[in-house]
Design a protein around this ligand. Structure first.
Ligand SMILES: [Zn+2]
Length: 364
């Protein structure tokens, strides 16, 4: 619910057009996910047998070495590790989703980034949102990418000083950096220079290839960042991403089944690809058409790379604890929902579908 409410706040009067546009562009989700970070959420319950239903039902990763298979928005993974629920400089959020699984390269990056954030810029610690499902793959709701363990969402809210309960991690509201009722404008009461430092720190790691942020955040950095701008081009403007940012890392060395994405174009990206977001075009309702578009065919496991069929059937590791980064002792009792916890309505708890650009800007 929180995310929907935020979308309403964020887009104000544009909400109607925003939602309509989203529904009508589902057909472009797979293609558009090349540029999209978290858009592409389809709220409809996936059919039994679809890739979303099958991968969404996996509780544990496969045994064996970690391998990303396929592309960020069309693939799966083996040998995932779980980010521990708590670390000295992080807390994992929305535990009921079971999406704190990733390639070890991503999990160790999150650990390093969270430590550096504290020691180098004084950010108390990070709140980590979705990484991936235990075996990756398409999710029943929430993201087009995050399928191969190399994408992770980090909140723009600092970690609180206390260790949050299971329920707090479910309910802590997303805080938008955008000003209510203003078009793509950061709220100076929420935004801070320290958040700019956090983003540029994340972009500084060589293995990080892209960071998806709201266009208003990108513009702010373009206008105000006076430090080294070498990595500014890694910050890519995208719908949403106003309360969290999305870190995407490159295919790790030796990951032969991983399909790389081309690097971002040279330069800081403070150019017409950013200016486009401040035109009406990305936010306009689609032209009325006489025929409603055909709903897209659901993605099946057979549409994913061939190796993903074997990933579905492969034996599991023994337990979440056994797959937790740092070993079973790093796992936490919080991974289990308390008996009294109400059932989680994942449909409404996840972001509603944002509009997806059809062919612009070109793949970033
Ligand atoms: Zn994301």
């Amino acid at each position: 619910m929180a995310f929907k409410a935020q979308a309403f706040r964020t887009f104000g009067k544009l909400t109607f057009g925003f939602r309509t546009f989203g529904k009508l562009t589902l057909a472009g989700v797979i293609g558009a996910s090349l540029v999209a970070g978290d858009v592409g959420a389809q709220q409809k319950t996936p059919s039994p047998g679809s890739a979303k239903a099958i991968f969404g039902a996996e509780k544990l990763p496969t045994q064996g070495p970690a391998q990303p298979i396929g592309f960020y928005a069309k693939g799966c993974m083996t040998g995932a590790e779980a980010l521990p629920v708590d670390g000295p400089t992080w807390q994992a959020m929305r535990l009921s989703r079971n999406r704190r699984w990733g390639n070890p390269a991503m999990i160790s990056l999150l650990e390093k980034f969270s430590q550096d954030a504290r020691t180098r810029i004084g950010w108390p610690g990070i709140l980590v949102g979705d990484i991936a499902q235990p075996r990756g793959g398409p999710m029943p709701n929430g993201h087009a990418s995050h399928q191969i363990g190399l994408d992770a969402d980090v909140w723009l809210t600092p970690m609180p000083s206390h260790r949050m309960s299971y329920e707090e991690r479910e309910d802590l509201p997303f805080i938008s950096m955008l000003q209510k009722d203003k078009f793509l404008t950061l709220d100076p009461k929420v935004w801070s220079e320290q958040r700019a430092e956090l983003l540029m720190l994340a972009a500084s790691y060589p293995q990080v290839q892209r960071i998806f942020v709201n266009p208003a955040i990108k513009k702010k950095l373009c206008d105000t960042w006076t430090g080294d701008r070498t990595n500014l081009g890694k910050l890519r403007p995208e719908y949403g991403h106003d309360s969290h940012f999305h870190i995407r890392i490159k295919c790790p060395p030796g990951a032969n089944g991983c399909t790389p994405q081309p690097p971002v174009a040279a330069g800081d990206g403070c150019d017409k690809s950013l200016a486009w977001w401040f035109t009406k075009e990305p936010w306009a309702a689609p032209k009325p058409s006489t025929k409603p578009p055909k709903p897209p065919r659901e993605v099946m496991v057979s549409d994913l790379p061939k190796a993903c069929s074997a990933v579905v059937d492969a034996p599991s590791i023994a337990s979440t604890e056994a797959g937790t980064y740092g070993g079973p002792s790093a796992a936490s009792a919080l991974t289990a929902a308390p008996a009294a916890a109400p059932p989680v309505d994942t449909g409404s708890a996840l972001p509603s579908l944002g509009p997806v650009p059809n062919d612009k800007p070109v793949v970033q």
